[in-house]
Design a protein around this ligand. Sequence first.
Ligand code: C2E
Ligand code: CA
Ligand code: CA
Ligand code: CA
Length: 276
Amino acid sequence: AKENGRNQHLFFDHKMNEEAEQKASIEHELMLAIKDDQLVLYFQPVTNLKCHRITHAEALIRWNHPEKGLIMPNDFIPIAEESGLIIQLGEWVIDAVCNQLKLWQRVTDDLKICLNVSPIQMMHANLDKQLQASMTRCAPPNGSIIIEITENVMIEGPEKIKEKLDAMKEMGLSFLIDDFGTGFSSMRYLKKLPFDGLKIDRGFVANVDADNEKAVLVQAMIEMAHRLNLKVVAEGVEREEELAYLRSLDCDYVQGYLLGRPMPAEQFLALLTSQQ
Ligand code: C2E
Ligand code: CA
Ligand code: CA
Ligand code: CA
């Protein structure tokens, strides 16, 4: 048994080394990917339930790997965060969003783009400078960039984050709380920080029409948000029944496969112009 235990130990050591090596290699490849333009933004429609029109797009990153094909963010964002590459990656995203807004400005005048900012990026000293540089270069329409951040940024303490958000708001940016209901509870700070709305995590949205517990929670979130003068986006809407139920709860916006999957920019533009 002892012998066996030792072998197992060696096995795990070996496995850990392999994992570390694999991670280091992905890190290296990702660094090249940022430089070589292997990253691409997909856009998912966000539909306003009042007028039933697409008013926003959420920008979602993909990695178009030369050999492995399209890699999804959950497979590389955590590595980017751990290695610090998220700062460069985030800068690329900001720039790409601004470029896209500039291009789309010629065809549509009131589309807004939501982009995801990692808590690590949020706490980085240069975020506002990065934003300012891209915005100066592309001059996106005022109010057209919305930043999504998860509740977890507030773990750092609301004072620190408030200063940052206030400064960015001055630049014309808006903020949504992403994955609302899943993270660090922030009720106390909801109104102290300059948020414009919240996105209810898709875990609450799936089967909201059939699951009484979820229905109670979602209704409470929407009512609370509205009393605080915040807009509500429901994420991950996949079924007509969910959509109808959310409408009955007076939800403001919906996003999900039912209304459109994340898609390349050209396809998104085609969808957008088909509704005009
Ligand atoms: P998220 O910000 O919560 O984005 C929503 C995710 O849900 C997206 O996954 C989207 O494709 C997926 N989704 C949308 N509608 C539905 C639906 O009806 N059903 C289901 N099952 N899923 C739906 P995606 O694109 O794989 O992104 C995963 C996460 O990666 C994002 O979660 C976000 O946290 C992160 N991410 C994506 N792009 C960026 C980025 O540019 N920067 C940073 N820092 N993070 C990003
Ligand atoms: Ca998001
Ligand atoms: Ca989300
Ligand atoms: Ca998420």
